[in-house]
Design a protein around this ligand. Structure first.
Ligand SMILES: [Zn+2]
Length: 169
């Protein structure tokens, strides 16, 4: 999934006064940033996919992304981020929301990805509901991203309006 992840950050900001918006935006993209880093280090491999509106996303060479997108490691990264946020803002809610924002990335990827998200590490069962694995599904997931982003932005702006001075980014 692409910009849909940011929707979670915008929506989450209303429940987390302390962490700035950019921290929440960053949190929702941590798993992808890790996957770029791990790919550069040769630990992970994106595989090869094609996508067109007739067939959706098709996997030619499956991805190997256990360290960035495995369920287990995603939980580890989320807990780590929650711990860091808690230490920075001395606030349980801040820690919880940052951790959840990070983990939301995995949940959204789980919905759209073809089964390439390992539960543990390489060789463990891989999951993914594969919404974008058909032409119609690819369109639906694109629409879903836009709807999510719009909804998240509206929630964010509505909350900002209510408490303008406290919610400054
Ligand atoms: Zn991802």
């Amino acid at each position: 999934m692409g910009p849909g992840h940011f929707a979670i950050a915008f929506a989450a900001k209303s429940t987390a006064p302390k962490p700035p918006l950019w921290v929440l935006l960053l949190a929702t993209e941590v798993l992808d940033l890790l996957s770029y880093a791990f790919q550069a280090l040769g630990i992970e491999d994106f595989g090869i996919t094609t996508s067109d509106l007739q067939h959706g996303v098709q996997v030619l060479v499956p991805a190997t992304i256990p360290w960035s997108h495995g369920l287990f490691m995603s939980i580890v990264w989320s807990l780590l981020a929650a711990g860091i946020a808690y230490l920075v803002w001395r606030d349980r809610q801040a820690g919880m929301i940052v951790g959840l924002a990070l983990f939301s990335h995995w949940v959204l990827d789980f919905i759209v990805h073809l089964p390439d998200l390992p539960l543990l590490f390489s060789g463990s069962p891989r999951v993914g509901l594969g919404l974008w694995g058909s032409g119609a599904g690819l369109v639906i997931s694109g629409v879903l991203e836009i709807v999510l982003l719009a909804a998240g932005t509206i929630i964010y702006l509505a909350t900002r309006k209510r408490k303008p001075e406290k919610e400054a980014v």
